[in-house]
Design a protein around this ligand. Structure first.
Ligand code: GDP
Ligand code: MG
Length: 436
């Protein structure tokens, strides 16, 4: 029947052992196209795809994935790495007052971002000051003053003519009025311009900012990379703000600028409103940039299933009393998180009372952890080889005593025994309902 046929086809496609140049050909082409469509710079696309290809060929295909999907899985992980890994890069302020300087081409979103940031810090209980140092366009200062009024944050405008003077005076002003964060809006141009760069460089030297960010419009596409590079070469930026990600753009510029400049994207603008500013988490954007949302969620599901299977296998092993000291530690942590389980254990026949006590103190756990870390892999797997002299070495290495070690070993043996007993007492059903 059809169902069977389909399953058969799927079987043929998936788990094809290893990735080869040939069986990933289609995926390579699709990934390339998709990244180019997302406005990732062609040089970046080429280098990335070549690198992933080299890395991928010969590697094993995850069970229930096709080679194409496996390739895309590797691309996904590399893209996340390229964007700075799973962690986000935060804005860090270490002076008081600390300066954040915003730079970028005209229309990129500097002034809007300045107000958004000021509002963000105000909400966090800070006392920010906005500085209007864009004297290139007369309307720019009024724009910031208006935004400041809307959110109730003072805007320093000085003489409205001389950007350097304004910035210089804002320093004293901020100190006098005890502002802890000063956000400086600067002038942009439609294109890179020597005069603008000189002015920005002078402002930077004047205020020695904690953060000097360039705001890049995500809708601009390829050109953004070149200007990002020029800004960074001249100003040694601390990071980027990528704006207008609420639009149609897939945001490929995020990858390109990070790749070309090596500097992180720290914030993203996701709308015109004052709250539309977010910290940037690379893994949240990979789906959008790579497109292929369906494939990615399928891959994620497969990965989850594998994790689940492994957890089940671990549980099985655990029930049979087959676990080493590392597993033991992990299990105690789980039990501690559960809390009420200790009561549960108490009710089960054959569980020694002091077994329950194992879950008592975090201090004890720390000791156990130190001891286990001081053991060799062999010792963790087979505690019977722990002779007196080995124990002495471990005690010394972990800053514990022989008694501590013996207590750990006793708990470990008891838990193993308990597990086997519970299995015998048909405690299995009960235990199967527990999350380990
Ligand atoms: P500047 O010349 O660099 O100071 O740019 P502005 O801050 O004046 O912003 C230019 C335009 O882009 C304004 O109309 C803003 O409302 C708009 N803008 C800025 N950031 C965003 C964003 O994240 N999303 C959207 N949709 N519009 C934005
Ligand atoms: Mg502006």
């Amino acid at each position: 029947n059809l169902q069977k046929k389909l399953t058969g086809v799927f079987k043929n496609l998936s788990g094809k052992g290893k990735l080869t140049e040939k069986n990933i050909k289609d995926a390579v082409r699709e990934v390339k196209l998709s990244l180019l469509e997302a406005d990732v710079h062609y040089k970046v696309v080429k280098e990335l795809v070549d690198r992933v290809k080299e890395e991928a060929v010969g590697s094993k295909v995850l069970e229930s994935l096709t080679p194409d999907q496996e390739f895309i899985r590797i691309v996904r992980d590399d893209l996340i790495e390229l964007m700075g890994g799973k962690e986000n890069s935060k804005i860090t302020i270490s002076h008081n007052p600390g300066f954040i300087m915003l730079t970028g081409l005209q229309g990129s979103g500097k002034t809007t971002t300045a107000a958004k940031l000021a509002n963000f810090y105000k909400k966090k209980g800070k006392n920010p000051l906005l500085v209007a140092a864009d004297t290139y366009r007369p309307a720019a200062i009024d724009q910031l003053v208006q935004l400041g009024e809307d959110i109730g944050i003072p805007v320093f405008t000085g003489d409205r003519i001389d950007a350097l003077k304004i910035v210089e005076e804002s320093k004293k002003h901020a100190e006098k009025l005890l502002h802890d964060i000063v956000i400086v809006d600067t002038a942009g141009r439609l294109h890179i311009d020597e005069k603008m760069m000189e002015e920005l460089d002078k402002i930077k030297k004047l205020i020695n900012p904690d953060e000097i960010l360039m705001v890049v419009d995500s809708m601009v596409g390829q050109d953004a990379v070149n200007s990002a590079k020029e800004f960074n070469d001249k100003l040694d930026l601390s990071g980027f703000v990528v704006s207008k990600l609420d639009g149609d753009s897939r945001g490929g510029v995020i990858i390109s600028i990070r790749y070309i400049t090596g500097k992180p994207v720290k914030l993203v603008g996701v709308g015109e409103k004052i709250d539309d500013l977010e910290e940037f988490y690379p893994d949240r954007y990979v789906g959008r940039i790579l497109g292929m949302g369906d494939v990615l969620s399928f891959i994620e599901k497969v990965e989850k299933d594998i994790d689940k299977k492994k957890a089940e296998e671990d549980a099985e092993r655990f029930m049979e009393g087959k676990f080493d000291l590392k597993d033991f530690l992990e299990q105690i942590r789980q039990i501690r998180k559960l809390g009420p389980l200790s009561n549960l254990l108490e009710m089960v026949p054959g569980v020694p009372k002091d077994q329950v006590d194992v879950t008592k103190g975090e201090q004890e756990l720390k000791k156990f952890e130190a001891i286990i870390n001081s053991m060799t892999e062999k010792e963790r797997k087979n505690t019977r080889i722990l002779t007196y002299s080995r124990k002495q070495r471990i005690a010394k290495g972990s800053g514990t005593t022989l008694q501590d070690i013996n207590r750990l070993l006793k708990s470990y043996e008891q838990l193993k025994k308990t597990m086997k007993q519970m299995k015998k007492f048909k405690g299995r059903k009960l235990m199967n309902n527990l999350p380990f």
